[in-house]
Design a protein around this ligand. Structure first.
Ligand code: ATP
Ligand code: MG
Length: 422
């Protein structure tokens, strides 16, 4: 029978890679704690309707990327393709939003049926941050400063650039969309099939096209900036001042629109050229209408999400992997002393609680146990054999250097090992 394989685009993360993942996760946790954000957790499955209403019916995500199915009760459910919708649903359902300010973060798997390639998967992990009840632009700047702090923690700041744009309020965007459609209609013959599909349903997304044959046409298109209100222009300018004050360099990209419908006013993306085509590591912006759109009381909001796989890839590409953690000691267990070995291991773990202490299990010759200790990269082998054990002694052998060996009493072993590791 053929062996079963993982689903395409859904990755296993193996022990050799998890230290790098943990480094990214721990850096994110340090930063959100530093900024006073609180964690929220919500399910990976929601009613399909939630994502249709939040992300938008005419978006890539809802039109062709969701994993949706009818469950046994006939309810139509979807694996979450992103976190903001579920976060808003959960926060509102439990009364966290009304007349309150909240600074929240989440992390977890998201699911999109896309064509798998480097940096683009069908199950991927996002870190996200959402802030409710603050009209900005101070909170918008805070979110960007928070993300920049993470780049510093991960030592990848110099490989990332910030792009920002003002996409205005939804009525302004609608008026602009009509003008854009009218312009593109006059140049129908230059539009590719994607653009033709979106011409009436979501013309702003056409601006995001990477098709080189359409770039000249798009560069000459009406500009969103000419349709947004003085108020949102003022907000955007204030954000730029705050970013400059915070020492954050940015580029205004008038064609940055984001692929989800709920955004308004300021949107941003952090991009890198170290990952090839999948260069967007983090994206976000304001979404002042979403809470109300999902049935809550009007609540202003802003947030961002970043892709953990792309951060991990960046750290690998830039050679920023943390060192593999190595066990401090491996206990080589002679014949008939496994009880003493287990007791020794527990004493060592109690004395050195943050070190890895492995105790050999499963028997075998001391020489092959030593080989195993070497292979694991242990710094010391503690060799416990029947004759020396009866005399209350063991050998500590250095493995990561010149093989020095010393005999110590069982009782002294924890203190001696601690001194050696210092
Ligand atoms: P892209 O333009 O790359 O498709 P997006 O605009 O669809 O990204 P968002 O929905 O804004 O992405 O998600 C935020 C972040 O999540 C992205 O910037 C990216 O880092 C990551 N991300 C999105 N889709 C995937 C995916 N299929 N695989 C891995 N990471 C992803
Ligand atoms: Mg996408």
């Amino acid at each position: 029978m053929a062996k079963l394989q993982a689903i395409r685009g859904m990755n296993d993360i193996l022990p050799a890679q998890t230290p790098l993942w943990q480094a990214v996760e721990q850096a994110f946790h340090r930063v959100v704690r530093r900024f006073g954000y609180q964690e929220i957790r919500f399910p990976v499955l929601e009613q399909t309707q939630l994502f249709k209403r939040a992300v938008g019916e005419v978006t890539d995500i809802v039109e062709k990327e969701m994993y949706s199915f009818d469950d046994r009760n006939g309810d139509n459910l979807s694996l979450r393709p992103e976190g903001t919708a579920g976060c808003v649903r959960a926060a509102d359902q439990h009364g966290l939003l009304y007349n309150q300010q909240q600074r929240l973060w989440y992390q977890g798997p998201m699911f999109r049926h896309e064509r798998p390639q480097k940096g683009r998967y069908r199950q991927f992990q996002q870190f996200g941050v959402e802030a409710f009840g603050m009209a900005g632009p101070d909170i918008d700047a805070e979110l960007i400063l928070l993300s920049a702090d993470l780049w510093r923690e991960l030592d990848i700041a110099s490989a990332l650039t910030l792009q920002i744009n003002n996409i205005g309020a939804s009525a302004e965007r609608r008026a602009y969309g009509e003008a854009l459609t009218a312009y593109l209609e006059q140049h129908r013959e230059q539009l590719d099939s994607d653009a033709l599909n979106r011409l009436y349903s979501n013309p702003l997304r056409i601006l995001d096209s990477k098709n080189p044959d359409m770039q000249a046409l798009l560069a000459a298109a009406p500009r969103l900036a000419d349709y947004v209100s003085a108020e949102s222009v003022g907000h955007f300018e204030a954000l730029q001042t705050l970013l400059t004050d915070g020492g954050i360099a940015f580029e205004v990209n008038p064609r940055l629109v984001r692929g989800l419908d709920y955004y308004n006013n300021c949107v941003f993306e952090w991009v890198t050229d170290s990952l090839g085509a999948q260069g967007t590591v983090c994206g976000g912006g304001r979404y002042d209408g979403l809470v109300e759109q999902l049935g809550g009381k009007p609540t202003v909001a802003a947030g961002f999400a970043m892709g953990a796989e792309r951060l991990v890839l960046m750290l690998e590409t830039l050679g920023k992997e943390p060192p593999m953690p190595k066990p401090a000691a491996y206990i080589v267990v002679g014949n008939g002393v496994s009880r003493e070995a287990q007791a020794l291991a527990m004493a060592l773990r109690a004395a050195l609680p943050s070190q890895g202490i492995l105790c050999h299990c499963g028997g075998g010759k001391p020489a092959s146990q030593l080989k195993r200790a070497f292979a694991l990269g242990a710094r010391y082998a503690l060799v416990l054999e029947a004759d020396s054990c009866n005399a209350g002694e063991l050998k500590i052998r250095q493995l990561d250097d010149d093989g020095n060996e010393l005999r110590v009493s069982l009782a002294e072993a924890p203190a001696r090992l601690a001194a050696l590791l210092d």
